[in-house]
Design a protein. Structure first.
Length: 203
């Protein structure tokens, strides 16, 4: 059995205001840096043997404090990347909320493509493929995966057997931890959207 800690990156200046997507150079703000340090304190108590991250700065920066504490390298995994938001990158939510395509995308994620970007099902497929690859390559290990809100929700929906069009019912906050195990007997969701409080229990 392989255990995966699915960790959403910490706070940045785009959070709740606009879509950062795959825009380069989006770093953690001060609140995000504090969240990343708190995560490192919590997760350093877990038997983590490998750290993998989306290639985007905000995910890598969230992983750095834990990597330092555990003296592990951060391995970049493209499958953990954010959704390609295409033409919506940099757009504010206020700008997007009046667009019919945006409204359709949020109500019919399984069949609506972001303009010049990804289908949600494509993002889900690469995220799950990456997790399954790591399961095969790192049997019986515990791995920390630093990614983004929607890809993590999509992976959790897959392992829960939840339709993509309902996946927004799964809450994944910034700097939250969700735990999934994979074995020959199938997946098991251990917890979803846990905070990094030192006294919180992941099992």
């Amino acid at each position: 059995m392989t255990t995966f800690y699915l960790i959403r990156h910490a706070a940045n200046e785009f959070l709740g205001k606009a879509i950062a997507g795959r825009l380069p150079g989006v770093s953690l703000n001060r609140a995000g840096q504090r969240q990343a340090e708190k995560l490192a304190v919590r997760l350093a108590r877990e038997p983590i043997q490998g750290i993998f991250s989306s290639p985007l700065e905000r995910a890598i920066e969230t992983a750095v404090p834990l990597a330092k504490r555990l003296a592990l390298d951060i391995q970049i995994a493209d499958g953990l990347n954010e959704i390609d938001f295409g033409d919506w990158t940099r757009q504010t939510f206020k700008q997007l909320e009046t667009l019919p395509h945006w409204q359709q995308w949020n109500s019919f994620r399984s069949g609506t493509r972001v303009p010049n970007g990804e289908l949600m099902v494509e993002a889900q497929a690469r995220m799950v493929a990456e997790i399954n690859r790591l399961w095969r390559e790192y049997p019986d290990q515990t791995l920390a995966l630093f990614s983004h809100g929607d890809p993590i929700r999509a992976a959790l929906a897959f392992y829960l057997g939840t339709p993509l069009d309902l996946f927004q019912r799964i809450e994944v906050d910034p700097a939250s931890i969700s735990v999934v195990t994979l074995s020959d007997y199938g997946p098991r969701i251990v917890c979803v959207n846990r905070e990094a409080a030192p006294d919180s229990l992941l099992r």
